[in-house]
Structure formats: structure tokens, C-alpha cells
Design a protein around this ligand. Structure first.
Ligand code: XIL
Length: 348
């Protein structure tokens, strides 16, 4: 082999190795840490056992993990009084071994509930006892190990009024305050959150969420944060400026905020132009979070397009995350890193 070709091969190998290393040393999690926030993702716990590249990517890029399904009611308590922590334990152990924080998800929601519960015809006192036992058991098990909990989710309707849910019908409007109090009693150190979609920016739903959490604060309910889910698309996303303003008004109530589940679904097949617009939107939402000191974390609903919920739930849509199905960084990833680097350089 001629020298020149050998030299080119060596240079390419060295460049590639150092680029990979640079990515590792300089992944989103370390930059985000220096910028003052945590960078998170929802995790598919089953894939942790089968996909080593996925686990590696998670550890390199994220320092906050939310179980995508493993802590939902139907998984944790599939039969009345029988708790199954297999998947949840695996996720917590995975996170602890990699110095990641865990966000528990979700205690009071009206989806992914087991049939024994929804078809059990329980009266209000029985339901209260069931919910209380569920919250106490789950939160106490992970006391000191799960840093924050999505205590309640999706309790407000599009019109801003409280939504009628399985829990509100069964227990009455008190169910939210009770849930936060039970969670706080089980782990007084955990950060407790109300989490919702479609109310991230301006509008009736955002106002309704604001009113709800203001009321909880007035009644001294132990709530620390509002989670803005941020499931969006290119033509249906809040204005980043409105998100910043919303975070500010929540901060004025004494509440932190977190972007908890961001993804930006694209029509398939994607184009370079769409991927660029997606990158801009991710960057702008991160920017909104970085400008509000009370915004504590930024999470995407999945790490790679391989495990995203979008194609299944929104046929024809996908490519919503920062890494493609093979784990390669997309334009949105580089945009996020740029925003983090800019923030870090301003801090220094
Ligand atoms: C989704 C999961 O991603 C899916 O795997 C599951 O089948 C349904 O739930 N808002 C939430 C999440 O708070 O819990 C949802 O997760 C997505 C919308």
C-alpha cells in the first residue's frame, strides 16, 4: 500500500477516534450540567437489556432518566395489592450506576390503569385507600433514590377547566391535593411535579394549569414544579417566547419548571429542510428553559427514533428525537449542543 494511502488511513482513524472521544467527554449531559440544568430522556427499560449501543448512548448524553412505561400504574400494580417492581428496579439501578437522576413517572394519571381498578366499581373511600396505598408503596420504595416524581398528570382540559378523569369522578376534586400530600409524606425530599401537555405557552389550557397550581400553592399543597411536556410538530408548537413567559409566571408562584417530554414529530419521509426546522425548534425551547433560572431540566421523550412512541401513535409521523434509529446525532442534537455551549461560555 503506498505511504500516502497508509497515512490517510491513519489520519482518518485518529480523527474518528478523537471525534468519538470528544463527543463522550463533551456529551449533552456534561455541558448541561455546567449550564445549570439536567438533560434527560424517557427510557425504554426492555431495550436496556438487549441493546448495548442504546445503553451506552444514554450514559454518554443524559444525566436524568424517566421510565417511559415502567412505573405506570398497570405495570407496577397489575393486580390489586401485588406490586411488580422488576422493570422499575432495573431502571433505578441502571441510573445509579451511571450517576443519573431518576424522575418517577407517573402516580395519578387516567391512562395505563389496570382493569381491576377501572372495572372494580370502587366507591370514593375505597379508591382513596387504593391510591394512597399505591403512592405510599411506590414512593417509599424509592425514597432518596428517585429525585422527582410526576405526581399528577393531565388533569386540565383544553378549555382550561379541570378535566373529568377516572380519579376526579371516583374521588372528587380533592384527589390532586391528596396525592401530593401522600407523596410528600412518603419522601419529603423528592421534588413533586404536576405534568401536562398543550399548556406550555399561552392560551386557555396554560391559564387553566396556572390556576390549578396556584390554587394548590394557596392551600399549601407540597408541589414544587410544573412539567411542560412539549410534544409538538413543526406547525403545531407554542411560541418559545410564550413558553418563557409562562415559566416566569409559574416561577412567580414559587414553582420550578421542567420540560419533561419534548419531541418534534415530522412527516415521513423527512427532508433536510424539516430536520433543520426541527433543530431550530429544539434549540429555541432549550433556550427558553436556559433563560429562566427556575427551569431545572430539559428532557426528550426518548433518545433515539428507534424507540420513539410517535410512529405508533401518529401514523405517518416520526423522526421526532435527537438521534436517528441507528443512534446517529441529527441536526437537532448539534443545535442543542450549540445552545448549551453558548450558555456555558456566558457563565464563565
Ligand atoms: C407513552 C409511551 O411513550 C408509550 O410507550 C405508551 O404506550 C403510551 O404512553 N404523555 C406521557 C407519557 O406522559 O406517559 C406517554 O407515554 C406519552 C404522552
Amino acid at each position: 500500500m503506498p505511504w500516502r494511502i497508509i497515512m490517510m488511513a491513519i489520519t482518518a482513524a485518529v480523527t474518528c477516534t478523537s471525534a468519538t472521544f470528544a463527543l463522550a467527554a463533551d456529551g449533552m449531559r456534561s455541558l448541561a450540567h455546567t449550564a445549570g440544568i439536567r438533560f434527560g430522556t424517557a427510557v425504554n427499560v426492555e431495550a436496556l437489556g438487549t441493546d448495548a449501543a442504546y445503553s451506552k448512548l444514554l450514559a454518554r448524553e443524559f444525566d436524568l432518566v424517566t421510565p417511559e412505561n415502567a412505573m405506570k400504574f398497570s405495570v407496577i400494580q397489575p393486580e390489586r395489592g401485588r406490586f411488580d417492581f422488576t422493570q422499575a428496579d432495573a431502571l433505578v439501578a441502571f441510573a445509579e450506576a451511571r450517576a443519573m437522576q431518576v424522575n418517577g413517572h407517573v402516580l395519578v394519571w387516567d391512562q395505563q390503569l389496570p382493569d381491576w381498578l377501572t372495572q372494580g366499581h370502587f366507591n370514593s373511600d375505597e379508591l382513596k385507600a387504593i391510591l394512597r396505598e399505591h403512592i405510599q408503596t411506590v414512593v417509599a420504595r424509592y425514597r432518596g433514590r428517585v429525585a422527582s416524581w410526576d405526581v399528577a398528570a393531565e388533569a386540565v382540559g383544553e378549555d382550561g377547566k379541570p378535566r373529568e378523569t377516572f380519579w376526579s369522578r371516583g374521588i372528587g376534586p380533592d384527589y390532586l391535593a391528596l396525592a401530593f400530600r401522600w407523596a410528600h409524606a412518603a419522601d419529603p425530599q423528592a421534588r413533586l411535579r404536576y405534568n401536562d401537555y398543550g399548556g406550555e405557552g399561552a392560551g386557555a389550557k396554560s391559564d387553566g394549569i396556572y390556576t390549578l397550581v396556584a390554587d394548590l400553592r394557596t392551600h399549601r399543597v407540597p408541589i414544587d414544579s410544573v412539567g411542560l411536556q412539549m410534544h409538538v410538530s413543526l406547525n403545531d408548537a407554542p411560541r418559545p417566547e410564550d413558553v418563557r413567559i409562562n415559566m416566569k409566571r409559574l416561577a412567580a408562584l414559587g414553582l420550578q419548571t421542567d420540560i419533561t417530554e419534548m419531541d418534534v414529530m415530522l412527516s415521513l419521509p423527512t427532508s433536510r429542510a424539516a430536520l433543520r426546522k426541527q433543530a431550530v425548534l429544539y434549540g429555541a425551547m432549550l433556550q427558553a428553559c436556559l433563560t429562566v433560572p427556575q427551569c431545572r431540566s430539559f428532557s426528550t421523550w426518548g433518545a433515539t427514533d428507534r424507540y420513539s412512541w410517535v410512529p405508533e401513535f401518529f401514523p405517518g409521523q416520526g423522526a421526532a428525537l435527537l438521534f436517528d434509529a441507528s443512534g446517529h446525532a441529527k441536526p437537532a442534537y448539534w443545535r442543542i449542543k450549540r445552545a448549551l455551549r453558548t450558555e456555558v461560555s456566558h457563565k464563565r
